[in-house]
Design a protein around this ligand. Structure first.
Ligand code: NAP
Length: 373
């Protein structure tokens, strides 16, 4: 009886402590939006509160590189689904990006620009020098200046424009590494579901470059677009369900994951692989995304351990080698970035809203320069 009472009180105490800790964590979670402006300023997109409609174009403290960083004068940056997920007002996002307010007040990962300065330890920053034209991944790239450790930066090929280079990093890496995860071989049949977004347009072209026969799944208005980037076959998902066809695929590169394990398994070859690349892009809302995460990362992957067909999940890695390869493919004209539209920095909030609506074609790029002032 006494043990029971002690257990009851301990559970109640733990519960109260957790609620209290959660409450403290919530109220102490803040960001640097109220920090004073000192010295040089720059224009940047600032995220002080959650909500895609609450972005500000603001004057902030100019980015300053640490000893191990380079300072980049940003010439172009591109948007990814991740940027939208980070600022949407959802309880799930708040768990990762800051409970009460977004912790990071800068936005944007993909960057292309010129090295303006290097920290005191240039070796640590990848031996770049002022004037070098670079592209890659950094933090807070929707700004006139950004800093980077250099680990995610490579030299920009001379014939590739800043806009094109900025469109490559996260989407290009995700497509390339996902196709590798699918162990894609020349001559194989590959289906790309969600073929017209940032990742899909790279996946179609890279799969073609690697010698695959590519089927692209997209909506009616994008049929010509996927044909123009090399798809051998197209399926309009508004009219036809690819999982009900008689075709069999060696690799399904799935950007949408809107079909069940059994439906996709049906159209995989005996030893086929379904690569779980994404949950449907920026347009997918929280409940739907969580359903797809549960249905794919847990159910489909779990069930595939009992079958010869595999369902593989991966996280995109920032790799210099892969960025160089992607830059070379652009330089050689083997891959061409699909850029639906470019926006000036002042209009970046509009671009984010377009991405959030879920039907961007290829990439949305923000150009940044004197004219953006
Ligand atoms: N694994 C990783 O580490 C990693 C890294 C980066 C990104 N991702 C994920 O990859 C996914 C794709 O990213 P993204 O940048 O390409 O997104 P995006 O640019 O927003 O594109 C999403 C695409 O999905 C298409 N789509 C929507 N509903 C569809 C359906 N029912 N069937 C077929 N296509 C449909 C849309 O085409 P329509 O306009 O024709 O509908 C759109 O082109 C996202 O979920 C993202 O989070 C994963």
């Amino acid at each position: 009886m006494r043990v029971k009472r002690i257990l009851k009180w301990s559970a109640a105490t733990i519960l109260v402590a957790l609620v209290l800790l959660g409450f403290i964590a919530y109220w102490t979670s803040t960001n640097d939006c109220n920090a004073p402006i000192r010295g040089e300023v720059m224009k940047a997109i600032k995220v002080c509160e959650y909500g895609v409609d609450r972005l500000q174009v603001a004057e902030v403290n100019k980015a300053v590189p640490s000893d191990d960083q380079v300072l980049i004068k940003v010439r172009a940056a591109s948007l990814n689904a991740l940027d939208v997920f980070m600022i949407r007002d959802t309880w799930f996002g708040r768990l990762f990006f800051g409970l009460r307010k977004p912790r990071d007040t800068g936005l944007g990962r993909d960057v292309a620009g010129q090295v303006e300065a290097v920290g005191k330890n240039p070796a640590a920053a990848g031996q770049f020098k002022p004037g070098d034209e670079v592209f890659g991944v950094c933090g807070a790239s929707l700004a006139e200046y950004a800093v980077s450790s250099g680990r995610g930066l490579v030299m920009k090929p001379s014939s590739v424009s800043f806009e094109e280079a900025a469109s490559i990093p996260l989407a290009g890496l995700t497509a390339l590494q996902g196709l590798r995860e699918g162990n894609i071989q020349s001559g194989q049949k590959v289906l790309v579901n969600g073929a017209t977004g940032g990742v899909g347009t790279f996946a179609v072209q890279i799969a073609k470059y690697l010698g695959a026969e590519v089927t692209a799944v997209c909506s009616t208005r994008n049929l010509d677009l996927v044909r123009s980037i090399g798809a051998d076959h197209v399926i309009d998902y508004t009219k036809e369900d690819f999982t009900k066809s008689d075709q069999r695929y060696d690799v399904i590169f799935d950007n949408v994951c809107n079909h069940s394990f059994f439906e996709r398994r049906r159209v995989l070859t005996a030893k086929g692989i379904c690569v779980l690349a994404g949950m449907g892009g920026a347009g997918v809302k929280e409940g739907q995304a969580l359903g797809r995460i549960a249905g794919n990362l847990f159910t489909a992957r779990g069930l595939s351990s009992f079958t010869d067909q595999k369902f593989a999940q991966y996280m995109t890695k920032v790799s210099k080698q892969d960025l160089i390869l992607l830059g070379d493919l652009l330089q050689a004209g083997k891959v061409r970035p699909v850029i639906e539209r470019t926006y000036k920095l002042n209009d970046a909030p509009k671009a984010i809203r377009q991405l959030d609506a879920g039907h961007a074609r290829g990439k949305l790029v923000i150009t940044i320069g004197e004219e953006s002032r």
